[in-house]
Write a protein that binds this ligand. Structure first.
Ligand SMILES: *Cc1c(COP(=O)(O)O)cnc(C)c1O
Length: 364
């Protein structure tokens, strides 16, 4: 295994691996950004170079995702977790009910935050099956008068993915933190998408929010400034100092993705990567078992179990010694998790599959 700069195969769930080309460019621009005489970390967010950085990041993100022209794009702070609160504070008025579809840890946290704001109707919760599946959203009985429906396109902890865009009769809000930009999506079918940067876009700090015009219409006229979508839109994400360096890095990643074939190419690569690992699980004669049901398997977070706790610890330890870093599953689920976001190399999945086979052969 020879990775550039002595880097390991980094399976971290987030913050997570970034493209080497992007890190190299950031390194080259670190001390003097394109002749500005300073680093992006050191410049005013009101100065010309940064105005261009954020404008180009937005432009490239719009192009990648095919964001409709009348949708707004924001780069906020507070992570996806602040959106858990900001969404109901803005869109769940008294007397209304919000619908939540819970397919894992993050959706559950989002619902809890909404319950502190107002009435929540939990239409679906897969807790009884340990969050191993996602429902077909259009098959749920959705009351026509809900304020919005919230769901999590990919549950990072359990490795559960909806795999399709929703077609819903009510405004919908999607936490896309861990699979945004991993495949093409029809943004026009969503009313509010949010995603923390640190899974598939860049370093932690920025949270992308994409808003439909009808959703923005529903936002209150006035609320606390930092929680005010309208104000954030009016100020172009710069009501206060934005997470400048994170936005700059996201911009480099967007450019990198466009250069390498956009989201169609990413989807093909991500399918290939996930297939390598799921094949290793399914072909192990039961030594490894996948956590998610086959129809709900994540392309980003591959969760699986070994026959015992002892073997799991041994697997994680031996894998780490071979340069496969971060395979221990989330403490709430146990087992193992291989997070294979966009920037994770195909070869790394092939090599892990080989290691899994070898380990099962020795210990099965
Ligand atoms: C990581 C993650 C979050 C939390 O993100 P923060 O930026 O830490 O607030 C929320 N939802 C999903 C799906 C995630 O993967």
């Amino acid at each position: 295994m020879s990775q550039p700069y002595g880097r390991v195969y980094n399976f971290s769930a987030g913050p997570s691996t970034l493209p080497v080309e992007v890190l190299e460019q950031a390194r080259d621009e670190l001390l003097n950004y394109r002749g500005a005489g300073m680093s992006v970390m050191e410049m005013s967010h009101r100065a010309e170079p940064f105005e261009t950085i954020i404008a180009e990041a937005e432009r490239d993100l719009r192009q990648l995702l095919g964001v409709p022209a009348d949708y707004k794009v924001l780069f906020l702070q507070g992570g996806a977790t602040l959106q858990f609160s900001m969404v109901p504070l803005s869109f769940l008025p008294q007397g209304r009910t919000a619908a939540y579809v819970v397919t894992g840890t993050w959706g559950s946290k989002a619902r809890e935050a909404a319950e502190m704001v107002g009435a929540v109707n939990c239409l679906y919760d897969a807790k009884a099956t340990k969050y191993d599946r996602a429902p077909a959203l259009q098959d749920l009985q959705i009351p026509a008068d809900v304020a919005y429906l919230h769901f999590t396109s990919n549950e990072t902890v359990q490795g559960v993915d909806f795999q399709t865009d929703p077609e819903l009769p009510v405004p919908n809000v999607c936490d896309m933190s861990s699979n945004i930009l991993s495949r093409p999506v029809d943004v026009g079918r969503y009313d509010l998408i949010y995603a923390g940067a640190q899974k598939n876009m860049g370093p932690a700090g920025a949270c992308v929010v994409i808003l439909s015009p009808r959703m923005l219409e529903l936002a209150p006229e006035q609320t606390h400034p930092m929680l005010d979508y309208r104000l954030q839109v009016e100020h172009g994400s710069m009501y206060n100092t934005p997470p400048c360096y994170s936005i700059y890095m996201c911009g480099l990643v967007y450019r990198h993705l466009l250069k390498h074939g956009g989201l169609e190419a990413m989807a093909a690569r991500n399918c290939e990567k996930a297939r390598l690992l799921y094949d290793a699980i399914d072909g192990s004669g039961g030594f490894y078992t996948g956590h998610a049901q086959p129809g709900s398997r994540s392309f980003m977070n591959v969760t699986f179990r070994l026959p015992s706790e002892e073997l799991t610890s041994q697997f994680v330890k031996e894998a780490a010694a071979e340069g496969f870093d971060g395979l221990k599953g989330h403490r709430s689920v146990g087992g193992c998790r291989a997070s294979i976001y966009n920037a994770f190399p195909v070869e790394g999945c092939g090599e892990l599959a080989g290691f899994m086979k070898q380990f099962a052969g020795k210990n099965g």
